[in-house]
Design a protein around this ligand. Structure first.
Ligand SMILES: Nc1ncnc2c1ncn2[C@@H]1O[C@H](COP(=O)(O)OP(=O)(O)O)[C@@H](O)[C@H]1O
Ligand SMILES: [Mg+2]
Length: 154
């Protein structure tokens, strides 16, 4: 993991953006690209997601799908046709996740899936194919520590 320190939401959004650009350059895989964001409330998961989706060309306003649980955006990229934004905060268990169609979404290789609160569900927390991004509050109120796997960091 590579560790970044951010002192503003702009900086965190920028990290998400850069990360998104890297992902666009990755070779397609057999299943969806899955990004599991782990971090406490207010640690910046949605801010990071905004930057990332922006890099994928999503123009819509990005809000956390807290009550919708899953949102999707059409992409016009060579390797990706659809982006999904999951918020697992209110998804109670694996069964509920399945009922939302997660299995199919995660299996399709033309999908890019970003998951907030990925640590709340075992299959997402432990999944080998889940790229983990960890966010923490720092000591200062605007400080965030963000850990990104080496193979995708700048
Ligand atoms: N360095 C920073 N990075 C990200 N967000 C920050 C930072 N400093 C302050 N904030 C604020 O923290 C909040 C993060 O919210 P959000 O991204 O919705 O968190 P989460 O989705 O993890 O619950 C926002 O209100 C944002 O303005
Ligand atoms: Mg959020």
């Amino acid at each position: 993991m590579k560790t970044y320190r951010s002192f503003s939401s702009t900086e965190t959004e920028r990290l998400g953006y850069d990360f998104g650009r890297k992902i666009l350059r990755k070779k397609p895989k057999a299943s969806a690209i899955i990004l599991g964001l782990q971090g406490a409330l207010g640690s910046g998961k949605t801010v990071f997601a905004k930057g990332l989706f922006r890099a994928l060309g999503v123009r819509a306003r990005i809000l956390s799908p807290t009550f919708l649980l899953i949102k999707s955006y059409e992409l016009k990229k060579k390797n990706f046709k659809q982006a999904y934004h999951f918020d697992c905060y209110r998804i109670k268990n694996e069964k509920e996740l399945r009922l939302l169609g997660a299995k199919e979404i995660l299996a399709a290789k033309e999908n890019l899936v970003l998951i907030e609160w990925a640590d709340r569900l075992k299959s997402l927390r432990g999944g080998k194919n889940v790229i983990k991004v960890k966010l923490y509050h720092g000591l200062k109120s605007n400080e965030r520590i963000i850990k990104i796997p080496n193979f995708l960091s700048r």
